[in-house]
Ligand binder design. Sequence first.
Ligand SMILES: CC(C)(COP(=O)(O)OP(=O)(O)OC[C@H]1O[C@@H](n2cnc3c(N)ncnc32)[C@H](O)[C@@H]1OP(=O)(O)O)[C@@H](O)C(=O)NCCC(=O)NCCS
Length: 194
Amino acid sequence: MAAMLADVEVGMRCAVNDVMKAITVRRVEAIGAQELAGLTRVLIDCVEGGASVSFMWPMTTAKADAYWAGVDASLKRHERILLVAETSEGGIVGTVQVLLNLPENQPHRGDLAKLLVARSARGAGIGAALLAAAEKAAVDAGRTLLVLDTVTGSPAERIYVRHGWQRCGEIPEYALWPDGRPCPTTIFYKFVGK
Ligand SMILES: CC(C)(COP(=O)(O)OP(=O)(O)OC[C@H]1O[C@@H](n2cnc3c(N)ncnc32)[C@H](O)[C@@H]1OP(=O)(O)O)[C@@H](O)C(=O)NCCC(=O)NCCS
């Protein structure tokens, strides 16, 4: 039985490694029709899966499209960095942003936001790859301090801890789950490129 379990585990590891080999992370300067379709699909999937990422149920294509239209306008004003993780066929399976439009007394800082991976693609290192790429892109943009908030106890919290982010503390009832229940948030920061 132990041997069988070990075989299954090795098989799963090969499968996720194959997934990662086929994934590319790239920066998006403007959201075209193909990107919009993929980003909307990922956002809706995450919210329908119960993630607390600004949206309530029912999640709709109209709400997602309007959100990404706002992101596109912001990209054109050079206010943020948008990255996507894509399969070799060009299908978007994950995304992350670094917000750069902060007050003039915080030119060294960025806010990490909307790290999202489609449920079918999770557990293969795509979230970690997006996070590492976002940190590098922030450094390339001259930022040395990144801040984020995430639901306390979520899988995202583990990624940030694993990547050296410092936990500041927890704020109860900070936001709502998509079904309306209140959820606590944890604030993290990380010095990057130092
Ligand atoms: C948080 C989120 C982005 C993580 O994405 P992901 O692609 O699953 O992240 P990773 O694959 O890098 O890590 C997830 C797990 O897979 C594991 N993993 C990664 N690569 C692996 C591999 N090759 N073999 C085995 N396990 C692996 C990681 O160790 C991690 O384990 P843990 O959950 O026990 O800590 C995703 O769960 C998500 O989109 N959640 C909903 C939205 C959300 O809450 N976003 C955060 C907003 S701040």
